[in-house]
Design a protein around this ligand. Structure first.
Ligand code: ZN
Ligand code: ZN
Length: 619
């Protein structure tokens, strides 16, 4: 092996350096090391050896014995430098506990730790969530007189927060005479990890200076807490403050756009990436794919996906799921097959996407095939989501008894969501017998979930069993259950407008109502009449008291019609499932007004065009 390597008999420092740079395995490193020793070189090349060793430890366990053997020829200063290099690398790699072992060896060898040692030893304690070790290291920091170092302090704050001791982190912060930027960012991040956004915001507001990290932490905090609008507002304030978003902050912001269905805003971020020459790495590329998919722009998502040079599993998963929920089941399966051809290993999330694609497109045979392959070919354990997709798929095909049998055969406890998928199937196919049984099971499992009562009462109403339907409604009222209000959002000219069912507050409400009345008239002329039973009962989780005409998505759609240019698709995001009446009415509206309408509800997209919907009336 050694002989075959292009090492000349006389190694120079320069070619040793280039060899070490190209070194990718520990075996190769040891060969070079042996060559240096046997070639009798001057020791000036030896300090180069720990560098590749440190980079290996970013992805593999460090060979500590070998690392220690490299230290022998050096004096205390060089030893300290090498220990620090290895500790820093270990603290970032998958085996952070090794940083602590190296630190112990360092003390035993009589080498003093310094201000570059502790931040990474402390970080490792935080990563392994060992409060006890963290406290011991804290003691050493004080012993070595380094407790005033700002980087060490901020790493302590993060460590205490990671170990679940937010109070200690705060105490540490409060005891600082002059909290600086690094420590303020650390305590802010600590509050954001634990969901205490208000406290994080207070720290942010009290900071005398802020940097990109402070802004990025605030933005990601809003995103994590589901405050998408606030995240976008924080971005604008950050821009006004003269800061430019980096890849990480942009990825956070894009997920806010996805949440809100804010396509125009998302496109602006996409343009921002190009304008500021921000590197479109796999994470940012995937965030864009996800944003476009979730904002109903799945074609752009697909084009963008094709340009990502090295796609990881996350990127493939985002595209497969994006196509699936937008009703492009066959294309989604096609992307999955391409992933397999490129020998990328799918994971359990990939199969949720694949089965979801089959379920949304009604591909029963393909669904069964992939459900089998995920376990037989890839040994991936089937989870509730996978079973949920299969129950949905069978329900769509009207094979309700098989769906029931599949639930019964599950090796894991079926969740209410799975029974809910079956109940939905029973409701759509009008299977009173099974629907009644499943509905009762569900109410027993979740006695406080209003939607379960609504679906059961719908089943009775569809079978004209009005007394039973009313009885279920009364049961629900007696329990004092509140239904979640329907809420729909639409983005117009970069601003997100939210509508709640029955809403009266919007400044343009008079025009919105005028449009809806006009829609009502034109629908009536076209022969459409809302189903009386549905007016009473098929309200899903919407307020029964509000007329069907004022369901939140109808308000948002009407607002879209008056504020968007003709020909521009209307995109609405709704928090609940679309009700049957709104679905029929929207189909009709897309035909009458010649307009594409895209509604994203709780679980999928409805692309309405020319009188039909991409969900093929099963949702
Ligand atoms: Zn509705
Ligand atoms: Zn639909």
């Amino acid at each position: 092996m050694v002989g075959s390597h292009p090492l000349s008999k006389k190694l120079t420092t320069i070619n040793t350096f280039s060899l070490l740079k190209s070194c990718t395995t520990i075996k190769h490193l040891k060969q070079i090391h042996a060559q240096i020793l046997t070639a009798g070189l001057s020791p000036d090349t030896l300090p180069l050896l720990p560098t590749p060793l440190a980079s290996f430890s970013l992805s593999n366990p460090l060979d500590i014995d070998y690392a220690l053997s490299l230290l022998h020829p050096f004096g205390p200063t060089q030893k300290q430098f090498i220990y620090n290099t290895l500790i820093r690398a270990s603290s970032k790699g998958p085996f952070p506990q090794q940083a602590f072992s190296l630190y112990t060896h360092m003390l035993k060898a009589g080498v003093s730790p310094d201000h570059l040692t502790f931040p990474f030893v402390v970080k490792s304690c935080g990563r392994i969530c060992s409060l006890k070790t963290g406290e011991a290291i804290h003691g050493s920091v004080v012993k070595f007189g380094l407790e005033i170092d700002s980087f060490i302090t901020s790493s302590m704050i993060t460590m205490y927060a990671n170990c679940g001791s937010l109070d200690r982190a705060r105490k540490f912060f409060d005891e600082m005479l002059k909290p600086n930027l690094v420590s303020s960012n650390a305590i802010m991040a600590a509050y954001v990890k634990s969901g205490e956004l208000a406290k994080a915001r207070r720290v942010f507001d009290e900071m005398h200076e802020r940097d990109l990290v402070s802004w990025g932490t605030l933005i990601s905090g809003h995103v994590h807490c589901g405050e998408s609008k606030e995240a976008l507002e924080a971005f604008r304030a950050m821009r006004d403050d003269g800061f430019r978003a980096d890849e990480v902050t942009l990825a956070s912001l894009l997920s806010s756009c996805s949440e809100l269905g804010a396509l125009a805003q998302g496109k602006q971020f996409h343009a921002y990436v190009y304008k500021h020459h921000i590197h479109l790495d796999t994470i940012l590329g995937t965030s864009l794919v996800d944003m476009y998919s979730k904002c109903g722009g799945v074609e752009i998502a697909f084009r963008l996906f094709c340009t990502i040079p090295s796609k990881d599993t996350l990127a493939w998963n985002a595209m497969i799921m994006g196509l699936a929920v937008n009703g492009h089941g066959e294309t989604s399966i096609g992307v999955f097959l391409e992933m397999e051809r490129e020998r990328k290993r799918p994971d359990e999330v990939t199969f949720v996407g694949v089965l979801c694609a089959c379920s949304h497109a009604g591909l029963l045979d393909e669904g069964f095939k992939q459900f089998d392959r995920m376990s037989s070919v890839y040994s991936i354990k089937r989870g509730v989501e996978h079973y949920g997709c299969m129950v949905d798929l069978l329900g769509r095909a009207g094979r309700l008894k098989e769906a029931y049998k599949l639930i019964e055969s599950m090796p894991i406890e079926p969740t209410p969501a799975i029974w809910g998928a079956l109940l939905n199937g029973c409701c759509i196919h009008g299977n009173l017998e099974l629907g009644e049984q499943v509905g009762k099971t569900l109410i027993k499992l979740e006695p406080h979930h209003s939607g379960r009562y609504v679906l059961l009462s719908n089943i009775y109403a569809n079978a004209n069993q009005w007394d039973d339907a009313k009885r279920v409604r009364e049961m629900m009222r007696e329990k004092g259950l509140q239904k979640a209000p329907g809420c729909s959002v639409i983005e117009v000219k970069g601003h997100v407008h939210a509508f709640v069912t029955g809403e009266k507050e919007h400044p343009q409400m008079r025009q919105i109502h005028a449009i809806l009345e006009e829609v009502g008239k034109r629908l009536a002329l076209a022969g459409y009449a809302p189903d009386a039973s549905r007016v009473l009962f098929d309200l899903e989780e919407e307020e029964r008291e509000n007329s069907l005409l004022y369901h939140s998505e109808k308000l948002a759609m009407a607002f879209g019609m008056i504020s968007l240019e003709p020909g521009v698709p209307i995109r609405v995001v709704k928090n609940l499932r679309v009700c049957g009446d709104c679905h029929s009415a929207t189909k009709m509206m897309s035909k009458l007004f010649g307009r594409k309408i895209i509604v994203r509800d709780r679980s999928r997209f409805h692309h309405f065009e020319d009188g039909s919907c991409s969900c093929k009336d099963y949702w």
